[in-house]
Ligand binder design. Structure first.
Ligand code: ADP
Ligand code: MG
Length: 463
């Protein structure tokens, strides 16, 4: 005998998770930077006002053409107004933050190039400031395509200025004036770059923290989910243990004395126990694949309900619960196997809640108009406490010892897949009525919209 070599584990897929992380990281960082956007623009505007004032004074002192000085001032004022405008728009629509940041960088480029172009081109004391407009996008956008676009546009604008005829670009400044203007321009540039990089670094740190917190939350949620699944596994094992033990005992009895008069009765009990185990397993298995695709087909809901009833008939009989069925032919389109699972879970709950001597009433029929179907399952059981009613349909919520807390969730999921609704009306100590409506053909809805509950005194006790 040769053992099969263990098949290699498929490689873990880290791509989407990483990409997702990067997107969250970038989004958080952009949001943090934009959150201080107004402060930033105000800072740059005040720096600009002082610097533009000083540079204009130097230019005018050097007898620079007034229209050139005015043009640079107007270009600067336009930039400040446009940046405030962009900020205003983005504060109302946060989804366009990255586009807004891109525009603001682009506007700054156009302004700087205009300023350089009207103050001497390559001989302008403002030339070093173009460096700002090339470095800042790299810090802001990192490896995103925006960096490449802004770098390329800077290069194109710079080349245009370099290629323009000298006569268009304005005269060169005398040496002393040039030095004065260059010092102011350099100081202004340094102030802007430092301010900007400091903000980006702070936002980067905050974003890294935010992403870490997010990751921790996800890991915790996954661990909690895994823990719950384990708990469900343990519960299922626990639930199966009892019927298995009783079957084992009965098999021993029967094999010792096959001809004993009680053999038939014992075999029937065994059959009921096996059915119970099947139901438990079905509940568990269907929960592990609740979002499996539907396989809709034409069916008679009365027939599907009938087969679900047959599965619990043994338990009703042994619990001395009487059953009243009012069933009419109800043709709809749906997945018979999934609908049966859903009904079986609701019926099982009714059986479990109903004491010996109680009654369960089931009615199935076409809905009034619209072509859908109604199923009503009414029990005279213990009812559901208002506090519990609120938690109904939450995974793992159970009040039964050894319960899985998955039955109602499963039923709700199936009804949602069919586009139906489910209503629980319960009165403590008197009983519960579950009303399920499904449309003529499946049109999936959100699970959250399916289940409603009420604890009205108007619930008729089921006899
Ligand atoms: P489980 O049956 O494993 O407890 P379910 O999801 O099927 O899980 O049901 C969750 C809980 O809802 C039950 O434990 C019970 O408290 C309550 N419940 C559901 N249906 C009924 C009912 N017809 N009568 C009384 N309680 C019910
Ligand atoms: Mg149940």
């Amino acid at each position: 005998m040769s053992a099969e070599p263990p098949s290699p584990e498929p490689p873990a897929k880290v791509g989407p998770a990483l990409a997702e992380r990067a997107a969250v990281w970038r989004g958080t960082r952009t949001e943090l930077i934009m959150a201080t956007g107004r402060q930033n623009v105000v800072f740059m505007a005040s720096c600009g006002l002082v610097s533009m004032g000083l540079i204009s004074a130097v230019l005018l002192h050097a007898d620079y053409p007034t229209w050139r000085v005015l043009t640079s001032f107007v270009a600067w004022a336009t930039l400040v107004l446009a940046q405030f405008g962009v900020l205003h728009v983005v504060s109302r629509d946060k989804t366009r933050m990255e586009a807004a940041a891109f525009m603001m960088h682009g506007l700054a480029q156009v302004y700087l190039v205009t300023f350089v172009a009207v103050t001497g081109g390559l001989r302008s004391p403002m030339l070093p400031a173009l460096g700002t407009a090339s470095v800042v996008p790299v810090v802001f956008f990192g490896t995103q395509p925006a960096t490449r676009w802004l770098t390329a546009s800077m290069l194109v604008l710079f080349s245009l200025v370099a290629l323009l005829p000298t006569s268009w670009l304005g005269p060169a400044l005398p040496h002393d004036h040039f030095v004065a203007a260059a010092i102011v321009s350099f100081g202004w540039t340094i102030a802007i770059v430092t301010n900007f990089i400091t903000r980006v670094l702070a936002a980067t740190q905050d974003a890294a923290c935010a992403v870490d917190v997010l990751n921790e939350e996800r890991v915790a949620a996954a661990a909690e989910h895994a823990g719950r699944l384990q708990a469900v596994g343990a519960k299922v094992a626990h639930e199966l243990k009892n019927p298995l033990a009783s079957i084992k005992g009965l098999v021993q009895l029967v094999s010792r004395a096959p001809e004993a008069p009680r053999t038939k009765e014992r075999l029937e009990v065994m059959q009921a126990e096996i059915a119970r185990m099947e139901a438990i397993l079905a509940e568990y298995l269907s929960f592990s694949r609740p979002l499996e695709d539907l396989r809709p087909q034409a069916l008679d809901l009365a027939e599907v309900t009938g087969s679900a009833l047959a599965a619990v008939a043994g338990r009703m009989e042994s619990g001395r619960i009487s059953l009243h069925v009012d069933s009419r032919h109800t043709p709809i389109e749906g997945d018979p196997r999934r609908l049966k699972e859903a009904l079986l879970n609701v019926l099982s709950n009714a059986v479990e809640a109903t004491p010996a001597g109680g009654t369960i009433r089931v009615s199935v029929g076409p809905a009034n108009g619209g072509g859908g179907a109604n199923v009503e399952i009414q029990d005279s059981g213990r009812g559901i406490r208002p506090d519990d009613l609120v938690r109904l349909g939450t995974s793992y919520f159970t009040t039964r010892e050894g319960g899985t807390g998955l039955g109602v969730v499963l039923a709700t999921t199936v009804v949602a897949q069919h586009g139906g609704t489910m209503h629980y009306a319960s009165v403590l100590g008197r009983g519960t009525t579950v009303t399920i409506r499904v449309p003529a053909r499946p049109s999936p809805t959100a699970v959250a919209d399916v289940l409603t509950t009420s604890t009205a005194a108007s619930v008729e006790p089921a006899a």
